[in-house]
Design a protein around this ligand. Structure first.
Ligand SMILES: *Cc1c(COP(=O)(O)O)cnc(C)c1O
Length: 367
């Protein structure tokens, strides 16, 4: 049986590292018998879903026997109005993860190369390896994308360059002017994918979206999601903004009905819930400053963030810190998977979640 898989499965399958998700609350309840658990591991919105989205979903629960709109007509129309990108250039996916997979399936052949920063979001590597493409990793400098080195890594085989902005797991951005210089030099036959899953959290004035390169007709694609600030991670819905020709090619291989009806309805309502977005930004901004201040007092190094999570050096093995915090019902993410064994990544929570995290971290680190 084992031989069958080894001989017949595509060899690319054996090159993959499985995705490591944040530990689910239910697992911790079951395994540790704990009841009161906070999850600061997956950058979910601590305020929950947009109330407007919840209301819209509740109203449509009686429609679940019907297939969803395969074209996501209403959602595309609204996104077009909000972003200024024509509907033909908009892709909706079962999470932006699906769009990343579709991009790889549309463009990557065995022997092609993609470039991304290290550490960054793991899906670029995962989706490329499935297609047999070579992954070129360019180390971050000062926890930030090193665009000059990325440029130098581009060659005739390069198909896609991924820029995660703000970057997961470090929370850093690449500044407007740097991207401008970068885009001036990137050859036209390379697709630049801007992953902007956290763009709504950015406070710096030096940030601009990759959208302007899409608008300028470049081979660029901007990926966004409803999983983070809109609080709809469970429903799985993300979108991409690009040139119509690119969107059309990707749609050729998209499964019909890839985005479920509740996701479409919730996303449509969430876009216009500016109050929920503003509240989420505010609580994040306040939480960030609280955590910075606490880390300063504890003498812990952290990377200033433009997202809703902080990458912080605890000075101790992150697996140990993770296990100890878990015993206290606090789930965070270890840095070892990102190549930083002494760092953890913690999502900014509500005021009481942040306080509980800090109190428990103090105990765990005994400082
Ligand atoms: C969370 C995240 C995504 C994926 O979001 P989904 O839309 O839930 O698939 C994409 N990119 C980055 C950098 C993320 O952190």
């Amino acid at each position: 049986m084992g031989d069958f898989i080894r001989e017949k499965a595509r060899p690319e399958i054996f090159t993959l590292k499985p995705y490591v998700p944040g530990k689910p609350i239910e697992d911790v309840k079951r395994e540790l018998g704990l009841d009161d658990i906070i999850k600061l591991a997956s950058n979910e919105n601590p305020l929950g879903s947009s109330p407007k989205a919840i209301e819209a979903v509740e109203k449509s629960l009686r429609q679940m026997h019907l297939y969803p709109d395969a074209n996501c007509f209403n959602l595309k129309k609204r996104l077009s109005a909000v972003t200024g990108i024509e509907e033909a250039g908009i892709l909706i996916g079962n999470g932006s993860d699906e769009i990343l997979m579709l991009l790889a399936q549309t463009f990557l052949n065995r022997g092609d190369e993609i470039i991304y920063a290290k550490p960054s979001f793991s899906e670029y590597e995962f989706t490329a390896k499935i297609m047999g493409a070579q992954c070129i990793e360019v180390p971050l400098v000062d926890f930030t994308h090193d665009l000059d080195s990325i440029l130098k890594a581009i060659n005739d085989k390069t198909k896609i360059v991924y820029i995660c902005n703000p970057n997961n797991p470090t929370g850093t951005i690449v500044k407007d002017a740097e991207i401008e210089r970068f885009m001036d030099k990137v050859p036209d036959n390379v697709l630049v994918a801007f992953d902007e899953a956290y763009c709504e959290y950015v406070e710096s004035d030096d940030f601009t979206s990759g959208l302007k390169y899409v608008q300028a007709g470049r081979n660029a694609i901007v990926l966004r999601t409803f999983s983070k600030i809109y609080g709809l991670a469970a429903l799985r819905v993300g979108y991409a903004l690009t040139r119509p020709e690119i969107a059309q090619a990707v749609e050729m291989i998209t499964e019909p009905f890839n985005v479920n009806m509740l996701a479409q309805i919730a996303a449509l309502a969430a876009i216009d819930d500016s109050e929920h977005v503003r509240k989420s930004q505010d609580i994040n901004s306040i939480g960030k400053k609280y955590l910075y201040n606490e880390f300063d007092q504890l003498g812990l190094y952290y990377v200033p963030t433009e997202a809703n999570f902080i990458f912080v050096n605890t000075g101790k093995n992150s697996q140990e810190v993770f296990k100890s915090l878990l015993q206290k019902g606090v789930i965070i993410r270890t840095g070892d998977i990102f190549g930083y064994p002494d760092f953890i990544r913690v999502t900014v929570g509500t005021e009481s979640e942040n306080e509980r995290f800090i109190k428990n971290l103090r105990q765990v680190l005994a400082i």
